[in-house]
Design a protein around this ligand. Structure first.
Ligand code: GRF
Length: 190
């Protein structure tokens, strides 16, 4: 069974969707580690609830990004991690992790990429008056929200309630992330 490490910085609803699906057998993989770069983030509570081991690091306390990522990499190797799933991890991945996990690191983003990259995708799309929103899951490369698209789902919405739209997008995220990780871990042979 593949081992997953999930990286998250904040709320962690996508973390929880994946953890629940692994726990109840919808995904045949094991969430072996949560990596969190923000001490105090709510996602840490969620991991505790699932009994998932957590690595909490404060990047500011490392001399460089490479040092920070080398420490993470050592833990990933020790846990024999097959896949990294980014789930609201608010940090660009550096060469240390990218090279070690090329084609084995994925991210979820709340827009129809390549439209609306970055941290405020939902609000920017809403303010631009879009009426089709969406969710994308893609391989991670050095380019922010770049990398080959693995799955995408469109969400038509013509209302004017940003909270309602966010809720709809998050619901689709949780479903699409579970489906995509299920396929990837099923397809993989190592
Ligand atoms: C999600 O919208 C995800 O697409 C984006 O960050 C948000 C994380 O939400 N990358 P949560 O922490 O999983 O609730």
């Amino acid at each position: 069974m593949d081992n997953l490490a999930i990286f998250a910085s904040g709320n962690g609803s996508n973390f929880e969707a994946l953890a629940a699906a692994c726990a109840d057998g919808r995904i045949s993989a094991h969430v072996a580690l949560l990596v969190c770069d923000r001490p105090g983030a709510y996602v840490i509570e969620r991991a505790r609830k699932f009994g998932i081991e957590t690595l909490v690091l404060d990047p500011k306390t490392y001399p460089s990004k490479a040092d920070y990522e080398r420490e993470i990499l050592a833990r990933l190797d020790a846990k024999r991690i097959d896949w990294i799933c980014l789930a609201g991890y608010m940090r660009l991945i550096g060469p240390t992790l990218l090279e070690a996990f090329e084609d084995r690191m994925i991210n979820i983003h709340p827009s129809l990429l390549p439209a609306y990259k970055g941290a405020h995708a939902i609000r920017e799309a809403f303010e631009a008056g879009e009426n089709i929103y969406g969710v994308t899951i893609h391989l991670v490369t050095s380019e922010l929200d770049g990398g080959r698209i693995l799955a995408q789902e469109r969400i038509p919405y013509t209302g004017r309630d940003l909270d309602e739209l966010e809720q709809m997008i998050h619901t689709v995220e949780h479903k699409l992330y579970v489906e995509t990780v299920k396929k990837l871990t099923h397809e993989s042979t190592h």
